[in-house]
Design a protein around this ligand. Structure first.
Ligand code: 9WN
Length: 413
């Protein structure tokens, strides 16, 4: 462990160094573009010392919004050979070169927090953003709901938890034999043992090829895309976004037709992800109906969505007591747990913050504080890493990471 003596300054400096003028890259080298949910978290960090810059982060993200309302998961503001797959592989036609999928819609929630903090200019900037946030929400409600009202991810990158065990069975059913040659860049920046495997990458790229061939036509992809999974990340974040959009619209006197109905549908969808046998919220393959049997850190986002669960609270208590650096992205008791390999075990500070927001909102203050303190100790002890080994705390992945810095500034520090 290497104590960081002035983490406040370090965190601010990371955001400033990763700022590319209007948008922030997650980390130098590994991720040289603007990522959707990273930016929403990063904006919260900027809000602690530069409110205007916080707004700009979100406003820049929405300059990449497609005409149909979709907000891409990556905006390729400029070309960079250090990342694969780049804009030429995705083949999209939005206002800014981009990927063709989304990420969990947390922008409405984080923007609400910035708006509440900005008593001087917040209302005007929120009024300008609101129709865009609303349009993205409409797009998700139109294209991503399953028959129960849960929200589906159509690519492992879409849920933002690339190689989570939640997708294993669905990925194993996919044929990627005709993916062709390609060159990964991620493993030239960080340890390949900590990254998704080739088996996974072949399927990530194959899914991009399928989307591109369909010109990202969502109607066609409903039947063409072999990967469609109702998942706790997408469902809980969309439900929370709908609740926040409703509150914003009420306070600013903006039209909100449909939002209350959306909330009802999404609440039913969220409940449908409860796996009684597992005793946890879980993912479900929308093509087969099969549950994944995964307890992930996304399972604990229920409170973030305003969904109470005594059983998840019991589970969280046990996790806080037994795992040295919680919350692991996959339950250490389960056979597929891997303390280093990306979303198959490691702890992610920004997920902890979102779990903490939910706990606090639903009155579980003691647990929220415990989680905040443990996350703070992790960052001040091991630095601003992309993610951490939940057993030893050792840092992994990219260094000087924007969302870890933002978590420190906004919540954990
Ligand atoms: C693909 C940027 C992103 C995060 C994701 C994380 C990782 C990308 C990758 O990095 O995904 O989107 O190439 O591995 O899984 O959550 O937004 O930090």
């Amino acid at each position: 462990m290497n104590q960081h003596t002035n983490p406040d300054r370090e965190a601010r400096n990371i955001l400033i160094a990763n700022d590319r003028g209007g948008y922030t890259i997650p980390t130098e080298g590994l991720y040289p573009y603007q990522w959707n949910w990273d930016s929403a978290i990063t904006a919260l960090g900027f809000a602690q010392f530069d409110l205007d810059r916080a707004w700009v982060e979100i406003e820049t993200l929405f300059t990449g919004q497609w005409d149909n309302g979709m907000v891409p998961h990556i905006l390729f503001h400029q070309q960079d050979e250090g990342y694969f797959p780049g804009p030429d592989v995705w083949g999209c036609n939005g206002p800014i070169p981009s990927s063709g999928i989304i990420q969990p819609p947390i922008a409405a929630t984080m923007t609400r927090k910035i708006w509440e903090q900005d008593t001087a200019f917040g209302d005007a900037r929120m009024k300008a953003l609101f129709p865009k946030l609303r349009a993205w929400h409409r797009w998700i409600m139109k294209w991503r709901l399953d028959e129960f009202g849960a929200v589906c991810t159509t690519h492992p990158w879409e849920a933002g938890r690339d190689n989570a065990p939640d997708w294993d069975n669905s990925m194993a059913r996919m044929d990627a034999s005709d993916v062709g040659e390609y060159k990964r860049r991620d493993t030239s920046h960080v340890n390949s043992e900590d990254r998704p495997t080739k088996f996974d990458y072949d399927r990530y790229i194959r899914l991009v090829q399928i989307g591109r061939k369909a010109a990202w036509d969502q109607q066609k992809l409903l039947s063409l895309n072999p990967f469609r999974i109702a998942d706790p990340t997408m469902t809980f974040t969309t439900l929370r976004a709908a609740r926040d959009l409703l509150v914003i619209s009420e306070q600013l006197g903006l039209a909100a037709e449909g939002l209350s109905t959306d909330i009802e549908k999404l609440e039913a969808g969220a409940r449908s992800l409860w796996n009684e046998e597992l005793g946890s919220f879980d993912a479900r393959d929308a093509h087969t109906g099969e549950m994944s049997g995964s307890v992930s850190n996304a399972s604990y986002l229920c409170w973030y969505a305003g969904v109470e669960s005594d059983k998840m609270l019991e589970r969280l208590k046990a996790t806080l007591e037994t795992v040295p650096y919680p919350v692991p992205s996959y339950d250490p008791e389960m056979p597929k747990f891997d303390a280093r390999r990306y979303w198959r075990g490691p702890t992610w500070a920004f997920m902890n913050m979102m779990i903490g927001f939910g706990l606090q909102d639903l009155g579980h203050t003691e647990h929220a504080n415990q989680l905040r303190k443990k996350t703070g100790d992790l960052i001040s002890g091991f630095g601003f890493a992309e993610y951490f080994d939940p057993i030893t705390g050792s840092p992994a992945g990219g260094k000087a990471f924007s969302w870890t810095a933002a978590v420190w500034l906004h919540w954990a520090g």
